[in-house]
Design a protein around this ligand. Structure first.
Ligand code: NDP
Ligand code: 2IT
Length: 448
């Protein structure tokens, strides 16, 4: 699909001219703008106030040096990023990613997506994202700690509980958040909810660890039911084996599905008897080992080298939960040929545009990441509320709020799609509903 509206087209062309090499960022923007044609045509203020031209430009992008000393005494240098994209509806909010593929384009795409995702949660959070090209794989706890401390030595001056509240993403879990929080507290001499995803002993929220995976399944369940389906008795394939994937496994199994395949960046496992999330938890969270070692626990399972082949495993439901552009047109066609009924995005932008076209074109259900993976950041928002109020809710309370938020997001997306003449198109509905909230706040706040 290409843009027809002259205003949106000019914004996109301007962005391409200025950021031609930022391919992930351009991909994320184009995907949103394609949904906004009926919106800007219905309300001239968005063009008059150049809301779209402003929303695609980060309010601030910070790049910094992160020097640290490895276990051999060698001085290493990485690059740190924090992109503060939009603060119209709340303090910047979004995760930190530590992965060698991190660059400005990746952080900008993630920060841009976060604006609309956070708006969909209904909680007051703006959009931001950060990270580094540091590779945590194979590093000792001491190296991770020294890196995190050095990263925070710069980041602390740009963040704060009412300014910008980072959290985890790929390569950043409870261990890293702990080191980052400790260093922030030391530098500022204050205890505030400046990071989310904290440990339970120092202000973390119950159910934040599970939230993205659980939220994905609550969302998918709502969409499945709206289409006369459910997880009951379904074969489910989940890519990835990290935070999102593990708890997506737990929840969809509880909802009656059977998870038959999971992966990491080296390969995938297939277990026709169903993969127990606790085994993956042990392999990934405790041992920090490769998914291949699943065979040590379940010798009857199969391991296949290379991760992209996972989409050839016959399934009813696919949950891509690893990384961007991990499911391409070929993968989508394999899913379609095998009778898959729905693809629900857990990772950020896991499906390529060509894959989405194929999936939707074949009539499968499809949910976009900014809607279906919003449960993580929504629960981060709940963690912020608990920290500010000096209170803590039970697991059941947080989980019930999360479920309610995810069902609300599904309904908001479905309603927006219908209102703008695209009934059933949850992707368009998510972009439209997220945009309308932020754009309205920007209109109120003037040119700033
Ligand atoms: P983790 O670091 O816990 O796990 C990431 C998983 O994805 C690992 O299995 C990893 O394999 C795999 N993976 C990462 N990069 C690649 C790659 N380039 N190719 C193939 N596999 C890869 O991260 P999360 O589970 O937290 O994040 C997964 C996705 O979900 C990301 O897109 C993230 O942005 C998104 N997300 C995360 C949220 C959260 O709360 N954590 C919230 C919303 C979205 P390996 O170990 O081999 O690297
Ligand atoms: O992509 C995401 O929404 C996250 N990594 C979670 C962000 C957060 O602030 O909890």
């Amino acid at each position: 699909m290409s843009l027809k509206n002259a205003y949106l087209k000019s914004v996109m062309e301007g962005l391409k001219a200025r950021n031609g090499h930022e391919k992930e960022f351009l991909q994320a923007v184009e995907e949103v703008l394609e949904s906004l044609e009926p919106v800007v045509e219905a309300d001239p203020r968005y063009e008059q106030q150049n809301i779209v031209g402003r929303i695609v430009e980060p309010e601030r992008a910070i790049l910094f040096r992160v020097p640290w000393v490895d276990d051999n005494g060698v001085v290493q240098v990485n690059r740190g990023y924090r992109v503060q994209f939009n603060s119209a509806i709340g303090p910047y909010k979004g995760g930190l990613r530590l992965h060698p593929t991190v660059n400005l384009s990746v952080i900008k795409f993630l920060g841009f997506e976060q604006i609309f995702k956070n708006a969909l949660t209904t909680l007051p959070m703006g959009g931001g994202k950060g990270g580094s090209d540091f590779d945590p794989k194979g590093k000792s706890d001491g190296e991770i700690m020294r890196f995190c401390q050095s990263f925070m030595n710069e980041l602390y001056r740009h963040i704060g509980p009412d300014t910008d509240v980072p959290a985890g993403d790929i390569g950043v879990g409870a261990r890293e958040i702990g080191y980052l929080f400790g260093q922030y507290k030391k530098l500022r001499n204050e205890w505030t909810g400046v990071l989310t995803g904290k440990g339970l002993s120092y202000g973390g929220s119950l159910a934040r660890t599970e939230a993205t995976g659980f939220g994905l399944c609550y969302f998918a369940d709502a969409q499945l039911h709206d289409n006369g389906q459910s997880f009951e008795g379904k074969r489910v394939v989940i890519s990835g084996s990290g935070n999102v994937a593990i708890y997506a496994n737990q929840k969809c199994t509880q909802l009656g599905g059977k998870v038959i395949a999971m992966s990491d960046s080296n390969g995938y496992i297939v277990d026709e008897n169903g993969i127990d999330y606790k085994v993956i938890q042990e392999i990934k969270e405790v041992k920090r080992a490769r998914i291949k070692t699943y065979l040590d626990y379940v010798p009857t399972a199969k391991y296949v080298e290379g991760c992209s082949g996972i989409w050839t495993v016959a399934c009813d439901i696919a949950l891509p939960c690893a990384t961007q552009n991990e499911l391409d047109e070929e993968g989508a066609k394999a899913l379609i040929a095998n009778g898959c009924i729905g693809v629900f995005e857990g990772a950020n932008m896991p499906c390529t545009p060509e894959a989405i076209t194929a999936i939707k074109g074949a009539g499968l259900m499809f949910s976009p990441a900014k809607a279906s993976n919003a449960g993580g950041v929504a629960t981060s928002g709940l963690e912020m509320s608990q920290n500010s109020g000096r209170i803590s809710w039970t697991f059941e309370e947080v989980d019930a709020k999360l479920k309610n938020i995810m069902e609300g997001i599904y309904k908001a997306c479905a309603d927006a799609a219908e209102k703008y003449g695209m009934k059933g198109d949850i992707q368009a509905g998510a972009n439209i509903a997220g945009f309308l909230k932020v754009a309205d706040a920007m209109l109120w706040q003037g040119i700033c």
